[in-house]
Design a protein around this ligand. Structure first.
Ligand SMILES: Cc1cc2nc3c(=O)[nH]c(=O)nc-3n(C[C@H](O)[C@H](O)[C@H](O)COP(=O)(O)OP(=O)(O)OC[C@H]3O[C@@H](n4cnc5c(N)ncnc54)[C@H](O)[C@@H]3O)c2cc1C
Ligand code: FES
Length: 257
């Protein structure tokens, strides 16, 4: 799929709390096919201190209405500027970028934490289209840091783990009672320590596991090498050769504390 560069219009903005918001963005024409796990590089308008585009996962896709939705966590200048944008504003994006998830498996577990929950909604929908209904395990420090909950319900069995016990079972996702069930495929996105723990478990149990990395990026197209991961086959650009990798390719990264 060729990359496109397009001005999208914000048609809906939802603010969940001080940290998380979603933007539903209208494509001016026909949206191309977007695979689960692919991302966009968003230009941040109106802030001269933010020169580089910011990589954001594609959270949801509506092909009937030619919209995509982004779920964004405010962490710094770029995401703060995006959080101040309004319905009717325009955002320029390069997309669809990277390689997505394989959509393989029968007994499938999705594990998401923090902003890493973002790509799992489109993934759940794409798995459903293949007749796969995953267990969807979402984690966060506390309930308000898991902004998207009900949206997942039509697509699988949704479970929660919070460190303070405010939603679902108390503890980390890897301590949840559904985590150690019998799966043949695990897909994960979230904080690095969480993904490493999930991937380590999968490798130990012989479960196929795909990890979506969120390394810092600049160009987003494989030109600047600032996003490389130390894979078992050498350095790989996360933006171009990922962001999704099979955990078997990442044993260096997984074991590197
Ligand atoms: C493929 C990919 C998909 C992503 N998808 C999403 C998404 O769907 N939703 C979302 O909210 N975020 C997502 N991110 C992370 C997002 O790109 C960063 O949070 C954002 O670029 C930060 O920009 P900023 O200007 O607000 O922060 P900056 O001012 O640039 O940085 C603020 C702080 O955030 C840290 N930071 C910056 N970028 C990252 C990063 N990539 N990973 C971890 N820490 C970072 C910096 O070290 C710094 O401490 C994704 C990242 C990648 C690589
Ligand atoms: S961000 Fe430039 S090579 Fe990946």
């Amino acid at each position: 799929m060729r990359k496109q560069i397009t001005d999208f219009t914000i048609v809906e903005k939802q603010v969940f709390n001080e940290t998380y918001f979603t933007l539903k963005l209208q494509h001016p024409g026909i949206l191309p096919e977007i695979k689960a796990g692919q991302f966009v590089e968003v230009e941040v308008p109106g802030n001269k201190q933010v020169v580089l585009r910011r990589p954001i996962s594609i959270h949801d896709v509506d092909t009937d209405n030619n919209t995509i939705t982004l779920l964004i966590q405010v962490v710094g200048k770029g995401t703060k500027t995006l959080s101040n944008m309004k319905e009717g504003d325009t955002i320029n994006m390069v997309y669809p970028l990277g390689h997505g998830f394989s959509l393989e498996g029968e007994k499938v577990l999705l594990v998401g934490g923090g902003a890493g929950i973002a790509p799992l909604l489109h993934l759940s929908k794409c798995l459903n289209l293949k007749g796969i209904h995953p267990v969807i395990l979402l984690g966060g420090r506390t309930k308000s840091l898991i902004p998207i909950q009900k949206e997942f319900e039509p697509y699988g069995q949704v479970c929660f783990a919070t460190e303070d016990g405010s939603l679902g079972e108390k503890g980390l996702v890897t301590q949840h009672s559904m985590f150690s069930r019998d799966y043949d495929h695990i897909y994960t996105c979230g904080p690095t320590p969480m993904m490493k723990a999930v991937a380590r478990h999968a490798l130990d149990k012989g479960i196929e596991c795909e990890v979506s990395l969120e390394n810092m990026m600049a160009c987003g197209i494989g030109a600047c090498l600032c996003c490389v991961v130390d894979s078992d086959q050498g350095h790989k650009c996360v933006c171009k050769e990922g962001p999704v990798f099979n955990a078997k390719q990442l044993t260096n990264w997984i074991n590197n504390k």
